[in-house]
Ligand binder design. Structure first.
Ligand SMILES: [Zn+2]
Length: 334
């Protein structure tokens, strides 16, 4: 079978879907970048307050940080934890255990505050990404049903195909939600380590604040971009696979024109002549995304479209109209 021309019906619609996804991603990334800048400024204020309380001039003696925390500071920390738990009861289990707060010295208190802030940022990411991903899954599923001839707005945002796809665990058994928390936990550990080392080195407030904020924003921006991109590819493919599975047995991977990577290209060539079963598609193994930053998609593979149309009509009733995807395949390519 020759390669489908990129100008075919399905390729064109799929490309428009990807362009829309990338516009939404750009907006999402811009919104999150604002959150990171705002939170970095808050971290800087927290460090400033910390230096004002425990420092002498612009530096802090490391050993004064090993003293116990004042009651007022402990109360503030507790309040911040309570506030998080009230706002995000579903994530409250991620907070440090309350009893441990009584044992914290001043350094550990700052580190705990840094960790709580990372949870606060993670909660915002969970919300933003969930809304973004739902919309992408809905749109991708709708494009697939449209190709099957069911109109273009078949699925609503709360349709099972959307809810079952968004938040599903895939590569290494991790969902995007777990990945957000793993990224935040890792960044919190880095910032905690940066802070302790900088104080021990005798770095001044300005230097510490600048270093921490730079790492905070830089890592957050990179992590969020990669996560949204790769998970977006997962959702697009997974939502469509679920729709296609009702009427097709096999599919093959189609590389993104601009970003074709050697790993995916080799699979594309292989599946061109040897498609995989839709129910045996495994993201990260034989189905996109194959790796971080993968933007490949898939298309149903049918050896004989006439036979497929006969089967389709038999399944959907005698007056079933030939779906657009079959018409396109017969008329020159997908
Ligand atoms: Zn790829």
């Amino acid at each position: 079978m020759p390669s489908s021309p990129a100008s075919g019906y399905w390729s064109r619609r799929q490309r428009a879907l990807l362009e829309q996804l990338e516009r939404d991603e750009a907006r999402l990334n811009a919104r999150l970048a604002e959150v990171y800048e705002r939170e970095a400024a808050r971290l800087e204020r927290d460090i400033a307050a910390y230096y004002a309380e425990y420092g002498e001039g612009a530096v802090i003696e490391y050993r004064t940080l090993l003293q116990s925390l004042s009651d007022a500071d402990r109360r503030l920390l507790m309040e911040r934890m309570d506030d998080f738990a009230a706002k995000h009861p579903q994530w409250a289990h991620l907070l440090p255990v309350r009893e441990t707060v009584y044992m914290l010295d001043r350094l550990e208190a700052m580190q705990t505050a840094i960790r709580i802030q990372q949870l606060e940022v993670g909660a915002i990411e969970q919300q933003e990404l969930d809304a973004h991903f739902r919309e992408q899954a809905r749109r991708a599923a709708n494009l697939a049903v449209e190709a099957l001839g069911f109109g273009s707005d078949f699925y609503a945002i709360n349709a099972p195909v959307v809810s079952d796809t968004v938040g599903a665990a895939w590569a290494k058994g991790e969902s995007y939600s777990e990945r957000i928390w793993a990224n935040r936990e890792k960044l919190a550990a880095y910032l905690n380590d940066d802070f302790a080392k900088a104080v021990a080195r005798g770095d001044g407030f300005k230097r510490i604040a600048a270093d921490l904020c730079e790492r905070f924003v830089g890592v957050s921006v990179r992590d969020a971009r990669r996560l949204a991109f790769t998970e977006g590819t997962f959702l697009l493919n997974e939502a469509q696979r679920k729709v296609f599975a009702a009427d097709f047995d096999e599919c093959r991977i189609v590389c993104a024109d601009s970003r074709a990577c050697p790993v995916c290209k080799a699979l594309e060539d292989k599946q061109e002549s040897d498609p995989i079963r839709l129910d045996e598609a495994v993201p990260g193994v034989n189905f996109p995304p194959l790796h971080p930053w993968c933007r490949c998609s898939h298309v149903p593979a049918v050896a004989d479209w006439d036979e497929w149309i006969d089967g389709y009509v038999a399944r959907h009733g005698g007056d079933a109209v030939t779906p657009p995807i079959a018409k396109a395949a017969k008329g020159g390519g997908l």
